[in-house]
Ligand binder design. Structure first.
Ligand code: PSZ
Length: 285
């Protein structure tokens, strides 16, 4: 039986219940984070906590934790669930209040939940790459907030699933924004590009790490939007996320990317990223 952290208390998963008037349940009025755990240790935890705080501030959910006490609680959660490789899912909602679109006028406590899930590294996808389709980005204009409102994202992912593909690459007008749950990258003539971090995308923690790696390794990286045409014409395409790390994309809309082989720059970035993981969490199996 697994243990869940709910509002600061450890309880059995079966006992973790939310009220029907929790604003997360009724309006999607809340935010979340997913932190990767390797060898029982959290990877890039500080960055995830900072984004969590930023998301809360952007929608005025009062923050009821410090990074230090949250770290202690999540480490305890990992221990209680004997989590070796997996994720911590955590979310804050604005709390429970009689239904009304406007925020409650009375001060209410946010609802906080965190739980763990076992998940191995997606070694087959990392090695062979995945397939993708392009879909129109129908989401709102605050994709920088890691909001619980994921209808646009899940509809995009469902389209990919129905096409037998791993991910949907979203575009607005002619510009590629991001995947349904990942950031998208192209490589052309040794130059690596991904959409700039603004309101049209989530500034992925994996994305930020990759930019850092490129700068450290002297690989040319541009945080600059690119078009559907650039995507189709790229030498290499890959996606990045907490659970997918650096995953090659080998076909888009059933058409191979360049030769259809995983690119050299993608492989280098995978290796550097793995070194980052090992430096923080220890040797991987
Ligand atoms: O397990 C899951 O459900 C996860 S793990 C990561 C995500 C979902 N999504 C991350 C994400 C996203 O949802 C969107 C719309 N854009 C980019 C990303 C990548 O962000 P990081 O690198 O922080 O995971």
């Amino acid at each position: 039986m697994s243990t869940v952290l709910m509002n600061g208390v450890f309880i059995p998963r079966e006992e973790a219940k939310v009220d029907i008037e929790d604003r997360g349940y009724q309006f999607g009025d809340g935010i979340y984070e997913v932190i990767r755990v390797y060898n029982g240790k959290m990877f890039t935890a500080k960055e995830h906590f900072e984004r969590l705080q930023a998301s809360c501030e952007k929608i005025n959910i009062p923050i009821s934790f410090t990074v230090d006490n949250l770290t202690v609680l999540l480490e305890e959660l990992i221990k209680r669930n004997a989590l070796h490789n997996g994720i911590i899912y955590m979310q804050f909602t604005r709390g429970t209040s009689p239904r009304n679109h406007a925020f409650p006028t009375k001060e209410i406590a946010p609802t906080f939940v965190a739980y763990t899930k076992e998940l191995n590294r997606p070694v087959t996808n990392l090695s062979n790459g995945v397939t993708a389709i392009t879909v129109e980005d129908i989401r709102w204009f605050r994709c920088d907030i890691k909001s619980l409102n994921l209808l646009g994202n899940i509809m995009a992912k469902q389209k990919a699933a129905e096409a037998g593909c791993f991910e949907s690459i979203q575009y607005r007008d002619l510009t590629v924004t991001e995947g349904s749950s990942s950031n998208i990258w192209v490589v052309k003539d040794q130059v690596i590009r991904t959409h700039e971090a603004n309101q049209y995308i989530l500034n992925g923690i994996t994305r930020q790490k990759i930019v850092e790696i490129c700068q450290k390794q002297g690989m040319e990286v541009k945080e600059e939007a690119f078009s559907i045409e650039d995507l189709i014409d790229a030498d290499e395409v890959f996606l990045s996320s907490t659970t997918s790390e650096v995953t090659p994309i080998i076909t888009i809309n059933n058409v191979p990317v360049a030769t259809g082989e995983v690119g050299e720059i993608t492989r280098r970035l995978q290796d550097y990223f793995k070194e980052e993981i090992i430096a923080q969490c220890g040797e991987l199996e």
